[in-house]
Design a protein around this ligand. Sequence first.
Ligand code: AMP
Ligand code: ZN
Length: 142
Amino acid sequence: MKDCIFCKIVRNEIPSYTVYEDDIVKAFLDISQGTPGHTLVIPKKHIANIFEYDEELASEVFARIPKIARAVKASNPDIKGMNILNNNGQVAYQSVFHSHFHLVPRYTSNDDFKMIFKDNSNKYSPDQLKAIQESIEQHMGD
Ligand code: AMP
Ligand code: ZN
């Protein structure tokens, strides 16, 4: 896509600190470096978000992530773990609308990355959970 910043990175029209690429994906340092080594993995094909993957592209992209994650982890002995995130839609903090996976190395529980899941389990009755489950199930294969 002509004006997409990540497509421009794929075409080497703007520079990136690329750590891996092949015919399917490109992996490069996220300029924000949320923690040192923060890397993005993107499909070379422009798709906006997770909802646009077909099974083939999803398999191809996901198949490459563990290898890249292992290389990032091996690059620094202080890396103890890694969060892998994928934001979809502005409401979910997506700011670049070319699908990408964040590999965020974790050094300590007090490093610069935070993720908060509230525990809302006491707010839902079994009936409400069943209704949510059924609604999702009905849309499988859409
Ligand atoms: P998201 O908010 O999930 O859409 O993430 C987009 C990410 O792209 C942000 O973490 C930015 O720091 C990163 N980013 C934006 N422009 C560039 C660029 N030119 N090179 C590397 N990373 C970038
Ligand atoms: Zn793009």
